[in-house]
Ligand binder design. Structure first.
Ligand SMILES: [Zn+2]
Length: 322
């Protein structure tokens, strides 16, 4: 073999090997590029999916807010009237019912420490549908929650009265006022002055008679609000049972024992024992009443704080268990 031929062979081989290397390199680069491209596409897709997901969450949040607002507006508008104290002619609500609050605290209806002089409960043979808070004539009376003024009038034994509707369906009643300082349909902030306290209507001394009602049904205010100086709402989400709407279950003189119902079931269980009022008729005796109502005479006497030989008057009311 001549040197020239050998040289040509070597040159040829070298060239082939170089071109092969270049191609191999190109192949590696293109593969890497492809894989980079695929990764980039995956990444973009993930971002797009996340964006769509976020939009869905935002839309759901807005829908939820709109639903809450609609519910509040419905509460504020239902049976709206400035003419009557009672917006509902008859009982429309059945216990247990659900209640929600936006805040953890209410505003005190008066500026000084609250002294409760009479509570929600049975008082001298009649229902006391609110609580009485001591005040001096002329003291400011404030809205305990934000809301809209529904009624500003004189209402029988309540005297000068203001009723405020709140957006969770509750209404608060402020009675025996000296001056009413708000107008019907006016929106009020929590803590806003509604009037000044006094002694108008059927009141022995100056005090605020405060009622809390849901669709007309009075609720023991102490079930929802702690009337100590903490001004706490007992729970932002609770159920109200018949136990806390029936004044017969409480004495106006005693501080009630409160157990908040956190679920419908708890509320239902609490309502199992129910009290009712019985009016004595001609010919009634304790033993006849006990027999007819499946109770013992001792039970009736204890419940009504009377002795066994008490004379029963026609028309007199007794508390019995349903
Ligand atoms: Zn009262």
């Amino acid at each position: 073999m001549s040197f020239k031929k050998f040289f040509n062979i070597v040159l040829f081989a070298t060239l082939i090997s170089i071109s092969f290397k270049v191609e191999a390199q190109q192949f590696i680069y293109s593969t890497k590029f492809k894989s980079y491209n695929t990764e980039q596409k995956k990444f973009n897709k993930a971002i797009e999916e996340a964006r769509i997901e976020l939009e869905k969450i935002e839309a759901a949040k807005k829908a939820k807010e709109a639903a809450i607002l609609a519910k509040k507006m419905a509460f504020l508008n239902e049976n709206w009237t400035n003419k009557q104290f009672f917006a509902y002619d008859r009982k429309t609500i059945k216990e247990p019912f659900h209640l929600e609050f936006d805040t953890l605290n209410y505003s005190s209806p008066i500026d000084k420490d609250k002294v409760v002089t009479s509570r929600f409960g049975w008082r001298k043979g009649r229902a006391h549908n609110g609580i009485d808070i001591d005040l001096v004539k002329g003291d400011s009376v404030r809205a305990i929650l934000p809301g809209k003024v529904r009624y500003v009038k004189w209402h029988g034994g309540h005297g000068r009265t203001v009723v405020v509707r709140h957006d969770n369906g509750l209404e608060t009643v402020y009675a025996h006022l000296t001056k009413q300082l708000v107008k019907e349909n006016q929106e009020v902030k929590q803590g806003e002055v509604l009037g000044t306290g006094g002694i108008t209507g059927n009141a022995r001394g100056s005090h605020l008679h405060l009622e809390v009602r849901y669709k007309g049904q009075p609720i023991n205010p102490e079930y929802l609000f702690d009337f100590s100086d903490t001004n706490e709402i007992r729970s932002q989400d609770l159920w109200v049972s018949r136990k806390y709407t029936n004044p017969v279950n409480f004495s106006s003189r005693r501080k009630p024992k409160i157990t908040v119902h956190n679920s419908e079931e708890e509320a239902k269980n609490a309502s199992k024992i129910q009290k009712k009022i019985y009016r004595i008729r001609r010919g009634d005796t304790l033993s006849k009443i006990a027999y007819r109502n499946n109770m013992s005479i001792t039970q009736i006497c204890k419940l009504n704080k009377i002795s066994r030989n008490k004379t029963l008057r026609i028309g007199q009311k007794l508390v019995l268990i349903e």
